[in-house]
Ligand binder design. Structure first.
Ligand code: WT7
Length: 632
């Protein structure tokens, strides 16, 4: 995989308002990091409040990093208590519900709620440092309260996106052996109510620990969230955490059917969360920062909760969806709350682009000063639309590349410093070393290769929960350095353009889904003998899912069966994993050694040239599948 690329992208200067103030500051950061990387990270870690300072910056025993390891601190203290003397009355969270209700929560109020819940976790549920707590909540302030309360007492939170179905939730509760579930009676989704508590009950039945307690917002009864926490004092002694103690785990999809519990540390993660939020988004005290990601994803962890709060910022948290009850909902939120920094996903931008262009024009977007994009490559057309229609050509765009595993933003052009190149994420942040490598680990320029982080960094994942071997194998067996699983190329200015995954991981509307997970869900259906899933190009979602199935002999293809196969995926994983098309085929294209050639299936659906099919065991299956694709 090394094809020469011609590189031709337009370069756009930073809007003038950003240039002068930030240029010298950023130049200084790059210079310091280049001179002494560890001293640079010491400075960043020093921006946090430590109960005990560290003496040891980095201990590196590949692939295990220990950053600031003899230091002691607490994440909730850094996010909340640290601001109480100067900013107690400042709004920490502005929350807008799907129905349009607005709640403002100050740092003082948030801190009290967190302390009350932390006390409740200790006193009522005997949660101790290191215990795992699963959080399965909608995009409401209680989600942030629950995360921070865990952090306060040193429990490891595992937030599960509330769009996941019971079997997926069960798998995550089981793998993490959680001691408590925090959920809500239901979630609002486009005017409907999703019964989260029922889902938790279903999930628990599928675990070896069906009697794990469930604390429920609006649940009533003895484990009602507010009844419990209202009975608790508003002061709480925080747990002293060693820098390397885990702060949280977050499941993400990989190339097997089993999701990976990605672990993050306390000191290193918080260092990068605080630093990257301030640097990339230029966060200042008067900003209203809106990151549209759900707290169930890493973006929600780092740029809804930890990063903004560490910096004493004000965040907007929105429960709803971009187009409900009307297609102007996002822009209405920006106007209403005077949002100044807006961070969203390319899939949302492309969906807006398809709508009537007059919709955003009906709103006052003049409060915006910076825009961001994350989750997948942003195509230049969408970039330009975002820049012109939303940012009115006066707001820089940060196209931020990172991953659940990296903990925070790794690559982007920095406002006021780098010229912007639509479609190109940009340069590593000061302090990070990232390169594009050939299969032989040689640094490549203008040639497609593999993206690798070449030096340890503070917020790097500390591993996969309960699976060190898998951690080593996935990230550390390809190169000596961290292998990200993405392909990329680096241009003459050393800016990096990330192209996409090189493994069997799909990116559907910015959501990471493993093909194997979907295949396992399909073969669990009575009718299915074998399944192969591929991601195919989709104008809005980036990729959509095409599933090929071979039926068991006593089953017949019918529209009802195809629907039930789609439903099977929805109920066992999530609506986000629902295949766009299911194609029944008598055989799958396999090599003589029996490996399914998913590449061919993808090419058949996308109608691109098939290339080499000589390694196929049964080449005559291709026209048969081709016909089925045309008919579907
Ligand atoms: C994968 C990580 C980062 C938080 C949200 C997703 C893709 C992410 C970009 C970008 C090109 C991107 C990569 C990466 N990705 N941002 N700006 N340009 N690709 O986190 O679920 O861990 O997924 O998303 O393929 O590996 P995630």
């Amino acid at each position: 995989m090394s094809n020469q690329l011609t590189f031709d992208v337009s370069t756009i200067d930073q809007p003038s308002s950003f240039k002068d103030e930030r240029f010298d500051m950023i130049h200084q950061l790059y210079t310091e990091a280049k001179q002494d990387r560890l001293a640079f990270w010491n400075n960043q870690a020093n921006q946090l409040v430590w109960q005990k300072k560290w003496t040891n910056t980095l201990m590196w025993d590949r692939p295990h990093a220990r950053w600031f390891s003899d230091g002691i601190l607490n994440a909730a203290d850094n996010c909340l208590d640290a601001h109480l003397t100067t900013n107690a009355k400042k709004t920490a969270i502005i929350w807008e519900s799907e129905t349009g209700d607005v709640v403002h929560i100050t740092y003082e109020e948030l801190s009290k709620l967190v302390n009350q819940l932390a006390n409740c976790l200790r006193a009522d549920f005997n949660i101790q440092k290191g215990d795992r707590v699963t959080i399965y909540l909608p995009q409401t302030p209680e989600a942030a309260v629950a995360m921070l309360a865990c952090a306060k007492i040193g429990a490891i939170h595992s937030v599960v996106f509330a769009g996941f179905s019971a079997p997926s939730l069960a798998e995550r509760i089981k793998d993490s052996s959680s001691s408590l579930i925090i959920t809500a009676l239901d979630a609002n989704r486009r005017g409907k109510r999703i019964p989260l508590l029922n889902m938790v009950h279903d999930a628990l039945k599928q675990t070896p620990t069906p009697h794990v307690p469930v604390l429920t917002v609006n649940g009533g009864g003895e484990n009602d969230f507010y009844s419990r926490i209202n009975a608790q004092p508003t002061q709480c002694q925080s747990e002293p955490m060693a820098s390397e103690d885990p702060l949280f785990m977050l499941y993400t999809s990989g190339t097997t059917g089993q999701p990976k519990g990605i672990l993050h540390s306390t000191g290193g993660y918080l260092t990068h969360a605080k630093y990257s939020t301030k640097l990339v988004f230029d966060l200042t005290p008067s900003d209203i920062f809106w990151c549209t990601a759900d707290v169930g994803w890493i973006t929600g962890h780092t740029y809804v909760v930890y990063g903004p709060l560490l910096n004493g910022g004000t965040i907007l948290m929105f429960e709803g969806t971009p187009d409900y009850p009307n297609k102007g909902r996002f822009w209405e939120c920006i106007e209403k709350h005077r949002v100044s920094i807006f961070y969203t996903a390319p899939t949302a931008i492309r969906a807006f682009m398809k709508d009537d262009p007059s919709i955003p024009q009906q709103f006052d977007l003049s409060s915006l000063r910076l825009l961001g994009s994350v989750g997948e490559p942003i195509n230049p057309e969408a970039w330009h639309w975002y820049y012109r229609t939303i940012g009115k050509s006066r707001c820089p765009i940060v196209d931020t590349w990172w991953q659940t595993e990296t903990g925070g933003i790794m690559l982007t052009s920095l406002p006021g410093y780098h010229p912007m190149k639509p479609g190109v994420a940009g340069a590593p942040l000061p302090g990070l070393s990232i390169d594009v490598l050939s299969q032989d680990a040689l640094s490549l320029q203008n040639t497609r290769g593999f993206l690798s982080v070449t030096e340890p960094w503070p917020s790097m994942t500390r591993g996969i929960w309960n699976n060190t071997e898998r951690f080593k194998d996935i990230y550390w067996s390809t190169f000596d350095t961290y292998f990200a699983g993405d392909s990329a190329y680096k241009d003459d200015d050393n800016d990096i353009c990330v192209i996409g995954r090189v493994d069997d991981v799909l990116n559907v509307a910015g959501h990471r889904i493993g093909t194997m997970e979907i295949e396992s869900a399909l073969v669990a259906h009575d009718a299915v003998a074998e399944a192969a899933v591929v991601g195919v190009h989709d104008d809005i979602k980036g990729q959509s899912i095409a599933a090929f199935v071979i039926l068991n002999c006593n089953h017949q293809e019918s529209p009802a069966l195809l629907e039930s196969l789609k439903a099977q995926v929805v109920t066992s994983i999530s609506p986000i994993a629902k295949p766009k098309m299911v194609i029944v085929t008598p055989e799958l294209p396999k090599t003589r050694s029996g490996k399914i050639m998913r590449r061919l299936l993808k090419q058949l659906v996308e109608k691109t040239p098939l290339g080499d099919i000589t390694t196929l065991a049964q080449p005559d299956i291709i026209p048969i599948i081709q016909k089925k694709v045309e008919l579907s």
